[in-house]
Design a protein around this ligand. Structure first.
Ligand code: ZN
Length: 69
């Protein structure tokens, strides 16, 4: 039986294998969230810059930075 993880943005419980890890920097601190694929798309769409990185826990992860103000 597969573990499920709750998405930190929308609260949906999805299988751990579909969860994506997203990292971003906020006030110079690195923040990591576990997101479902649709929230990952939202975060990446809102971000001014996205680059793929290797996550700490997942092979698939994205490093996003906020758009410049
Ligand atoms: Zn979500």
């Amino acid at each position: 039986m597969e573990d499920t993880i709750v998405c930190e943005r929308c609260g949906s419980a999805i299988p751990a294998s579909r969860m994506k890890e997203v990292m971003y920097e906020q006030d110079r601190r690195r923040v990591t969230e576990q997101l479902c694929p649709s929230c990952l798309d939202t975060v990446m769409g809102e971000s001014g810059q996205v680059r793929g990185i290797v996550g700490e826990r997942k092979a698939a992860a994205a490093h996003v930075t906020p758009p410049p103000t």
